[in-house]
Design a binder for this molecule. Structure first.
Ligand SMILES: C[S@@+](CC[C@H](N)C(=O)[O-])C[C@H]1O[C@@H](n2cnc3c(N)ncnc32)[C@H](O)[C@@H]1O
Length: 312
């Protein structure tokens, strides 16, 4: 079968500049996590998924192994924030779509997945989309009422409550009654395990976090040395979320976007929040967005959840 990639919105420096300007006005300074994912960042995340400390990928995979066969056949499988679509083969085997649509801000993993999937699933056409899921998602390929939209890996947790509601509203607008939405979400658990998952002993997550500095240096000509920063992962127990930050090792003055960005030793830049959910709260958010929750599957330890909902 054939594959193609449609570039709806490449991650351009103009957009990065706008996000950085907005982030510099905040305390602490924030850089949205989507900017981790250039080709190198996508590869580093792929390595993270293999780490002993990173339980989400293998737990979500185990839930898919057990429950994906319960999903109905559909004509089109859409995957948002698809990355390398490694777990997706379990969905492809179960829902048997004619069309697979991986959507991601990062192009290289889509191309990599498209070649693998067309080789391994010769009956499936792959139509990748390079886009930002914080933009409008419509039009999504496929026939109304005959799609499964998957959003795996707890990427939903990278959105804070307001943007999360906006995201769910966009999924609602881009789908039709009868379409299914499958949402993978990490659950609240022991703090030490959570922190270890975001601060592994091999330093891969640290390299992933610092990759955003390489992106800023390359795309915005910022004189930033990743060695001037430490990777930090903390758990905010009030908001039930992991925060990844970059802490300056010394005072810095960084010319950037015509400004002088002054960073004091010890100051932290917030690069990612990763919310941890309670199943009931998540189901309520889906219902508020107009979805009828069908079921939630978890592993035996209730570390991770997969919730299936129907667009009404
Ligand atoms: C946490 S990774 C999950 C990857 C994969 N779905 C998994 O389960 O292992 C997040 C993925 O979402 C993509 N992503 C992050 N922000 C995005 C955005 N705003 N729009 C589109 N894709 C985005 C990243 O490039 C990355 O592939």
């Amino acid at each position: 079968m054939t594959w193609s990639v449609e570039v709806r919105r490449a991650p351009d420096p103009g957009r990065l500049a706008a996000d950085v300007r907005a982030g510099l006005a905040k305390t602490p300074v924030e850089i949205p996590p989507k900017w981790f994912y250039d080709e190198k960042g996508s590869q580093l995340f792929d390595e993270i998924t293999e780490l002993a400390e990173y339980y989400p990928t293998r737990t979500e995979t185990a839930i898919l192994v057990e429950h994906a066969p319960e999903l109905p056949h559909v004509g089109t499988l859409v995957e948002l924030g698809a990355g390398y679509s490694r777990k997706t083969r379990l969905l492809l085997e179960s829902v048997r779509p004619a069309l697979f649509v991986p959507l991601d801000v990062s192009e290289e993993p889509i191309r990599d997945a498209a070649t693998r999937i067309t080789r391994d699933f010769p009956d499936v056409e792959v139509r990748g989309i390079v886009a930002d899921f914080e933009d409008e998602l419509a039009p999504l390929p496929g026939f109304d009422g005959d799609r499964l939209v998957a959003f795996l890996g707890s990427t939903i947790g990278n959105l804070t409550p307001g943007p999360r509601a906006d995201f769910l509203a966009r999924v609602f607008r881009a789908t039709a009654p009868g379409d299914l939405f499958l949402l993978g979400a990490d659950l609240v658990k022991d703090t030490d395990r959570l922190i270890a998952a975001y601060d592994d002993s091999a330093g891969i997550t640290a390299a992933f976090n610092k990759n955003v500095l390489h992106v800023l240096a390359r795309e915005l000509d910022a004189d930033l040395d990743p060695d001037d920063f430490d990777h930090v992962a903390v758990y905010d127990s009030e908001h039930h979320r992991i925060e990844m930050r970059l802490r300056a090792r010394r005072d810095l003055v960084v010319p950037l976007l015509g400004l002088e960005w002054r960073i004091s030793e010890g100051e932290e830049i917030l690069t990612e929040t990763s919310a941890k959910f309670q199943v009931e709260g998540l189901r309520a958010e889906l219902a508020a967005a107009g979805f009828a929750v069908v079921t939630t599957w978890t592993d035996a330890a209730a570390d991770f959840s997969l919730t299936l909902a129907r667009r009404v």
